[in-house]
Design a binder for this molecule. Structure first.
Ligand SMILES: Cc1ncc(C[n+]2csc(CCOP(=O)(O)OP(=O)(O)O)c2C)c(N)n1
Ligand SMILES: [Mg+2]
Length: 655
């Protein structure tokens, strides 16, 4: 007897309901509702090879509705990926099982993105589709010619980021992006119409998307809709009309199946309804074989691509870009040597632009951009022409005023590989992008955030635009490197470090205002240690001044005043607190000896957390209130960031 697609889809349903039941936790409704659509996708459209999950020209599949993770685990297992094994699926949601509650890119090959925060999967897929079109423009159809498929729920379409993401995709005409919307009209609280009455199809159409609808439980209709999506040159929304929890006779179609186990009774009834006789975690041989055959089918496309790659004159460069190795140090050496000679006084946002010159010249994989602040963030160089619908070979993206969308798209680009994204906005608006910055860190992605106007020193725009808590709150995100360089040499060093790490994101916090050079030597990358003595006490050391960014030059002024009074003061520049804390004890003790010397931190932002560096007996100079609107210099002085105001506090503290 030949196996039909409904039986294949029922394997997904059974695994989903049984795994959720075993874990007594999880979301059966979405995988059961979308099982038919997923079966058609894997059978007839998706280009994949389970034996080589990272094959560069594979289609990307993003389960944006990450709560339906069992859909991903079931299809990966059924099509023959080495993992998850059936044992992994049995241990769904348990410690050390790669079948985590939500799909994690670092747990399983074949999971292209970490999803769960609704809306972000789709927004990352936009970045993947940008990377695909860019690499296609550079390397041609021979090497790069794939699609990005997304499964998204009502929640992914309701979230605000959806607006940013689809606006960007529509504008850039990303026709290789196809979104399968699980249009089940149910969310956790109940029916979608409790909270929403928008015409989603009209909204997408108005944004430049192609929209097609289908009955998500009619295989021929699903196939027709997907084929139309593939044929259309615009990005496509495929509205799949489905029933959440399809197959569970008493619970389907209601929010009860969204996020709770069905229960033994309903599972028994579902087995009967679906005609599924197998025990939990068993798939009949003929059905498993039908799935495995789909997995094997992908091998020929992969092999044909391998032949094209072998014959391509671009092979070496293509593989280099996909490997993602960047030797920024050698690319920067001549530039840095010149800095030591010129000693330019410049805003660090400007010296970042200067550093980007040699970097974007040396590394064509760098793809820059800004959320409508190009001239302020100084993110564009002469080597990066605009990327747009008419020319995807460009390397500069005008993201528009879409900080969250930009950050998520950059995550998608980094996940895709072959490109290294950097993008700018004001440091204050990192809050708008924060959920995606967090996902850069969680997923271990090399994304560089160029965040300028990094303190009240930005001046006249006033408190809405002046970061206070942002630096420290970004430093709290695990695996996010926050750099706040003090001059052009540190900026160059921090750019090197940001590009040379390939296991996580970096923030460069940069000043609007001009900063004097503090460093003179470029012999070694001092920023690599996170903090270092930039100036030693001239007389017996009584104080260690620890400063970041624009406050390092100020610390040097304070040191001069102290020294004039016979008080020896070291100045420590701390471009990266986290890197410093990761150094060995000997180094940390050398820079900050535990001998009772007074430690003073100076940073034009919250003092929260700085006592970790200074000890509770230290002095923390900062700003624990909102700023004000006035010229930057006036504000710095007004809020106490002047040597004349800081020195007396230190003398008083020394007693
Ligand atoms: C940003 C975000 N907010 C809230 C949640 C919690 N949450 C998970 S699923 C869900 C409902 C999603 O509804 P829908 O996308 O229609 O999924 P369905 O119930 O149809 O499976 C919510 C609110 C989340 N995961 N992410
Ligand atoms: Mg729904």
């Amino acid at each position: 007897m030949t196996v039909n697609q409904r039986q294949m889809a029922n394997a997904i349903r059974a695994l989903a309901m049984d795994a959720v039941q075993a874990a007594n936790s999880g979301h059966p409704g979405m995988p059961m509702g979308m099982a038919d659509v997923a079966t058609v996708l894997y059978s007839d459209f998706l280009k994949f090879d389970p034996a080589d999950p990272k094959w560069p020209d594979r289609d990307r599949f993003v389960l944006s509705a990450g709560h339906g993770s069992m859909l991903a685990y079931a299809t990966l297992h059924l099509t023959g990926y080495a993992r998850p094994t059936m044992d992994n699926i049995r241990n769904f949601r348990q410690l050390h099982s790669p079948c985590a509650g939500h799909p994690e890119n670092f747990e399983l090959e074949g999971v292209e993105a970490t999803t769960g925060p609704l809306g972000q999967g789709l927004a990352m897929a936009v970045g993947m589709a940008i990377a695909e079109r860019h690499l296609n423009a550079v390397f041609g159809d021979q090497l790069v010619d794939h699609r990005t498929w997304v499964v998204a729920g009502d929640g992914c379409l309701m979230e605000g980021i959806n607006h940013e993401a689809i606006g960007l995709a529509g504008h850039l005409g990303l026709g290789r992006l196809n979104v399968l919307w699980d249009d089940n009209r149910i969310t956790i609280d109940g029916a979608v119409d409790l909270s929403s009455s928008e015409d989603i199809a009209a909204r997408y159409a108005a944004t430049g998307w192609h929209v097609v609808k289908c009955d998500g439980h009619d295989f021929d209709d699903i196939r027709r809709a997907m084929a139309e999506a593939v044929a259309d040159p615009r990005p496509s929304l495929i509205a799949c009309h489905t029933i959440i929890g399809y197959g569970a006779p008493n619970k389907q179609g209601s929010s009860k199946v969204h996020g709770s186990p069905l229960g033994d009774e309903e599972i028994a009834a579902t087995r009967q309804q679906l005609g599924w006789d197998s025990a939990p975690f068993e798939v009949p041989d003929d059905i498993l074989s039908a799935w495995r055959a789909l997995g094997v089918k992908g091998v020929s496309a992969k092999n044909e691509w391998q032949v094209r790659l072998s014959n391509s004159s671009n092979k070496t460069e293509f593989m280099r870009r996909m490997a993602g190795d960047i030797d920024a140090t050698s690319a920067m050496s001549a530039y840095k040597a010149q800095l030591a000679v010129d000693q330019p006084k410049a805003a660090t946002r400007k010296s970042s632009e200067m550093a980007l010159g040699p970097l974007t010249e040396a590394f064509p994989e760098l793809l820059g951009g800004s959320a409508d602040l190009t001239g302020s963030n100084n993110t564009k160089t002469s080597f990066t022409k605009p990327l747009n619908k008419d020319d995807y070979s460009g390397r500069y993206i005008y993201y528009g005023i879409r900080e969250f969308g930009m950050a998520a798209a950059m995550n998608g680009m980094a996940l895709h590989g072959g490109v290294v994204p950097f993008g700018g906005t004001f440091l204050i608006f990192s809050d708008y992008a924060r959920p995606a910055i967090r996902l850069s860190a969680l997923q271990g992605l090399r994304v560089v955030y160029v965040l300028t106007h990094d303190s009240i020193g930005q001046g006249e725009d006033g408190p809405t635009h002046q970061p206070i808590e942002q630096l420290q709150s970004l430093r709290m995100i695990p695996n996010l490197e926050v750099f706040r360089p003090c001059d052009a040499i540190e900026v160059a060093e921090c750019w090197q470090l940001a590009l040379e790490r390939n296991d996580g994101p970096s923030v460069l916090a940069l000043s609007r205002q001009d900063l004097a050079m503090v460093r003179t030597s470029v012999d070694s990358n001092m920023s690599a240690k996170g903090a270092y003595r930039i100036q030693s006490a001239g007389t017996a050391r009584k104080v260690i001044l620890i400063a970041t960014g624009s406050e390092v030059a100020l610390a040097a002024e304070v040191a001069a005043q102290l020294e004039a009074k016979g008080i020896g003061a070291d100045v420590v520049s701390m471009p990266s607190m986290t890197r410093f804390l990761a150094q060995d004890a000997a180094y940390r003790n050398d820079v900050l000896p535990d001998d009772g010397t007074l430690r003073v931190s100076i940073e034009a932002g919250t003092t929260f957390g700085w006592s970790d560096i200074t000890g509770s007996n230290g002095l923390n100079i900062g700003l624990d209130r909102f700023g004000a609107s006035a010229p930057g210099k006036v504000l710095m002085d007004h809020f106490g960031f002047s040597a004349d105001k800081i020195t007396p506090q230190i003398i008083a503290k020394l007693g």
